[in-house]
Structure formats: C-alpha cells, structure tokens
Design a protein around this ligand. Structure first.
Ligand code: 3PG
Ligand code: CO
Length: 552
C-alpha cells in the first residue's frame, strides 16, 4: 500500500540543515552587454560556477539544468542538458511546480490546448453553465491578450471565440489586457489587430462580436469590465503617448456614437476569464464571484454567470465554475518531507497579485500549510506604488536576513527562499536597474550561504527560468535585433536559456557528485535531490536525483 514514509538514503546522513535558494529569472547565457548577470558584480554565483571545474577541491558543485517549460521529452543539448524543443519559455508557475513536485505535469496551457482540440471544453459543466446566457445575453471574455503563453494564449482565445459562437453565442464582448511583459512591449497593437480581424469575421456571420474595454495588465486589474470596434484606435492612441508601455496602458472603454459603453456586463450575461495561470487571476476571480467582496466598492454588481478558464485556487475552490480542470499535483516533496519530520521555513517577497512561489507553486498550487507545527511561511511585503526598476534591490536583503535567522535559529531542517530580483526587474526592461538587482540578489545569496557555512549545513542554489541574463531580442543567429527607432529591441520576457544548479556546503557528504547519466536534467530533478540531501530516498515515481555518492 501507499506510504508517506520515505526510505533512508543508504549513504547520506540526516540532520543537516538544507538551504534551497531559487534565484528567479536567473539563466545562463553568453557574456555580453545585455547579459545583466554577467555585467553585474556577482562574486557568489561566479564562485559557484567556477567551482564546477574545481569540484574535487571543494564542496561546491555545479550543473546546468534545463529551463522550466512543461515538456516531457527533449532533444538537442546545451552543455549536455535539456534545451528547447519548442518556443515556450519557462515561467515561475511551471518552474516552481516542477521544483517542488519532482515530476512533470501537463499544466494550464497544455490542458486548455487538449480540451480545445478534443472539444471536451464544450462538454463540461463550466461551459454548459455559461451557455445558458447565449440565447438572450452577452458572453464576455476577459484576459491577457498575447501569445506569451505564460498566463494565456491568443490562439486559445481565438478557438474559444469560434467554438462559443458555433455553439450559440450571439453577442460577444472581449475585454483585453495588453501584455508587454511576456512579449515585446508595443506588440499589443498587432494582437489587437489579429483579434479584431477574427471578430470582424464573426460579425460577417451575423454575430455581434467586438472588443469592449481593456488596459495594461499591470495597471488594469480587469475589475473595470464596464465596458469596439474602434479598439485599435484607443490602443494606438494610448501607445502614441510618450513613455507608453503595454504593461501599464491606462484603462479604456469603447463607447458608441452616443457615448454609451458597447459592452457593459449586465444581468444575465456570462463572463469567462480566459487566463489559465492562477496567480494573477485570483483577485479578479474573487471580485467577480464573491457576494460579500469588500476589497473595493464594485459600484454595480450585475448578476452574471462566471467561469474561469481553469479553477485558480483548489483550496478556495475559486472560481466555483471553470471550463478546464486544473492539473492535480499530488504528493509534492514539501508534503513528503513535512510528513517525514522535516521542519520547513519558506520565504519570498510578495508583489501584487502573486502567490508565494516557494509555497503555493512549490506545493502544487496549494495554499496553506501541510502541518502548521512544522512549517513557517513568511512573505516580505513589496514597496507599493512603484515599478521594480525604481528600487531595484527590492527586498533581497530582508529576505536573506530572514533566511539567515531561520538557518541560525536551529529550528528548521529546510530553509527555502525565492529571490525575485532578476525576474521582476528584468520584466521592466530597464537594463541598468537589472544590473543593480542582480548584484543585490548575489549579495543576498552570500548572506544565506554564509549562514549555511556557520551551521555546517548544505545549500542548493538554482533558478526557475531565465530573464536577466538576456535583455535583448535576438535573431536566430543570436544577433541583437533593432527596433523601428534604431535602438535595440528590449526583451522584457523570460528566456529559453538553461538555469544553473549548485550544491555544496560543509554539511555535504564529501563523496557527493553530480550524476553524469541524466540525459536531460531539469527542474523536476531537484525535488529528489533535496530529499537526498535530507538523508532520504525519493519516491520511485519522482524524476531521478541529480546526485550520487562516490565510493570514497
Ligand atoms: C508575471 O506574471 O509577472 C509574468 O507574466 C511571468 O513571470 P513569472 O513566471 O516569473 O512570475
Ligand atoms: Co517572470
């Protein structure tokens, strides 16, 4: 029968404190002026990397893992490790899920693709529920409009529009969030054109379909679904403003000739949030679903049928209606380890509408503790009201100090942190600020590794996906691409680059080395590795550990 008890590792001892440090948005790329990690002074990460070649002389080891895309197979290689088989970049949800779950699960993007391809999406309870509005009311689709593939995908929206209209939707309003974060800034205009083209084809078939409102993803929380044909004009007009930025485009509402919104949500309508990724949808889902919502005044609360593309929070069962079932990520490493007595401390910086990466995502999109008596999750608030390039060090120091204190306290067997710097500042596209933030993350890593040293512990340092190591859009051959104005095209998004992993510390058994027989090491291999570092064997169905113990 099934048992939570992990077998003892035959060679590795228990009782060594383990620090797991995830540098968010920290990949490996060629050293050039757009590699902010290379430009920044990062002596700690450099020393981990240099130790690769010296591993016989030191406890520090290094390997390169693949990036965190949700792929099951791979081909090609980068330093002998997993590289890209498709154009999907990694992201924090997929990356931290893999790090914590120790296995690779088909996730949001793929599950929605499958449901759309098989048509199952139209057979489920969620779709049947919203369909009740098709005859006499409006279907509203709200979500991120891009092909970034991190939170949503334009082609899925296109298929859903087609599928819903073929199944009776007569009046459709799309409320768009412009991206510029998972895709190039300025690309919003093109996505709006593509969507508008599809909508006009629907209109030719007699379906009243148009864009009704929108705004930048980091500015409009989509609670403003108040209200298009003319939408390209607002987007172009807003883009023409100095310093226009897709992520922060102000909200707009399309109105008709008499100044009335063309697509307000009214009693009897249906609303679908088309994003599959959870973290940035939960707040909106609450505002759409909760009767006793009190975070702001919704002013007008029409009675509409609401469904999410996915269920965004399995604990809260939010939203209660959804089109596609979320992945079931069970038996994560966090749960195993806690059940095997590992006292765990996890810390990360909170920023607007993000869950804990080393808690919620790590634990398979599960909020809350497995065992409150053995776990402590700490979140450090962000500066509010500013973009992260304005104060680029972020809260790296505070996170590191909390982690240090947790390590030195002796109260925890595992201390797990996410340092969001490279990612969050990388997403702003501000190269100078990204250099500053990389240095800050490196200094934070030093504080944590010094504490590990002091208590005779072990560290594992890795990253969930790339970002700061490449800030320019490149041609296939790797040359920086220029934009219309002649300057380089800044890359705000994640990258497809591999990420590093380093293991070491005075508590590490001297015989430990990286295995060379793992063909495509990836983030999902980390969970078994961490279990080993705690003195346990991993469950048989976990992706294999990265390490082995040499005989003498
Ligand atoms: C975001 O939500 O900030 C980006 O779209 C993805 O970034 P993350 O995957 O690093 O959170
Ligand atoms: Co990111």
């Amino acid at each position: 029968g099934f048992s939570w008890t992990l077998p003892d590792h035959p060679k590795l001892p228990k009782g060594k404190p383990v620090a797991v440090v995830v540098l968010d948005g920290w990949g490996e790329a060629n050293p050039d002026e757009y590699n902010c990690i290379h430009v920044a002074q990062t002596p700690v990460m450099d020393s981990l990397k240099n130790a690769c070649s010296l591993h016989a002389l030191t406890h520090r080891f290094c390997a390169i893992l693949g990036c965190s895309r949700e792929v099951e197979t791979s081909e090609g290689s980068w330093n002998g490790c997993r590289s890209s088989i498709d154009d999907d970049m990694g992201n924090s949800e997929v990356g931290h899920n893999a790090l914590g779950a120790g296995r690779i699960f088909a996730q949001g993007a793929k599950l929605v693709d499958q449901a759309l391809a098989s048509g199952k999406i139209y057979e489920g309870d969620g779709f049947n529920y919203i369909k009740e509005s098709f005859e006499n009311a409006t279907l509203h689709l709200i979500g991120l409009l891009s092909d970034g593939g991190v939170h949503s995908r334009l082609d899925q929206l296109q298929l859903l529009l087609k599928g819903a209209s073929e199944r009776g939707a007569k009046r459709i309003r799309v409320h768009i969030l412009t991206d510029g974060r998972d895709v190039l800034d300025g690309s919003s205009v093109g996505f709006v054109e593509t969507l508008e083209n599809d909508l006009s084809q629907l209109r030719e078939k007699g379906i009243d379909a148009r864009i009704a409102s929108g705004g930048g993803r980091m500015y409009v929380t989509m609670d403003r679904y108040e209200n298009d044909w003319d939408v390209i004009k607002p987007v172009k007009t807003l883009r023409a403003e100095p310093n226009a930025n897709d992520q922060y485009l102000p909200p707009f509402v399309i109105v008709d000739d008499s100044g009335n919104a063309v697509g307000p949500v009214l009693d009897g309508d249906a609303v679908v949030t088309i994003n599959f990724r959870a973290d940035r949808m939960v707040m909106l889902a609450k505002a759409l679903e909760y009767a006793d919502f009190d975070k702001f005044d919704r002013v007008r609360v029409p009675k509409f049928r609401y469904a999410g593309m996915l269920q965004y929070d399995g604990e809260l069962k939010l939203p209660s209606r959804y089109l596609v079932s979320p992945p079931e990520i069970e038996r994560t490493s966090g749960e195993y380890l806690v059940k095997n007595g590992i006292r765990t401390f996890a810390c990360r910086q909170v920023e607007t509408v993000k869950f804990g990466h080393v808690t919620f995502f790590w634990n398979g999109n599960r909020s809350g503790y497995f065992d409150e008596t053995k776990e402590e999750y700490v979140e450090i608030p962000s500066d509010s009201g500013i973009t992260f390039n304005v104060a680029p060090k972020m809260k790296a120091l505070e996170i590191a100090e909390k982690a240090r204190d947790a390590i030195l306290s002796g109260k925890f067997d595992q201390v797990r942190v996410n340092l969001p710097n490279g990612d969050m500042v990388g997403h702003t596209g501000d190269i100078e600020a990204t250099v500053v933030t990389c240095k800050a993350a490196d200094a934070a890593a030093k504080i944590i590794l010094d504490a590990v040293e002091q208590v005779g512990g072990i560290y594992l340092v890795t990253a969930d996906h790339g970002n700061a190591e490449d800030m320019v859009k490149r041609s296939k051959s790797g040359k920086p691409l220029l934009g219309k104005s002649g300057g380089i095209q800044i890359l705000t998004s994640h990258t497809l680059q591999p990420v590093p992993a380093a293991i070491g510390g005075p508590g590490l058994h001297p015989g430990v080395k990286f295995r060379t027989d793992i063909q495509t090491p990836g983030l999902a291999n980390v969970a078994a590795t961490v279990m080993n570092l705690h003195g346990f064997e991993a469950p048989a169905d976990y992706e294999p550990t990265l390490i082995e113990v040499a005989e003498n």
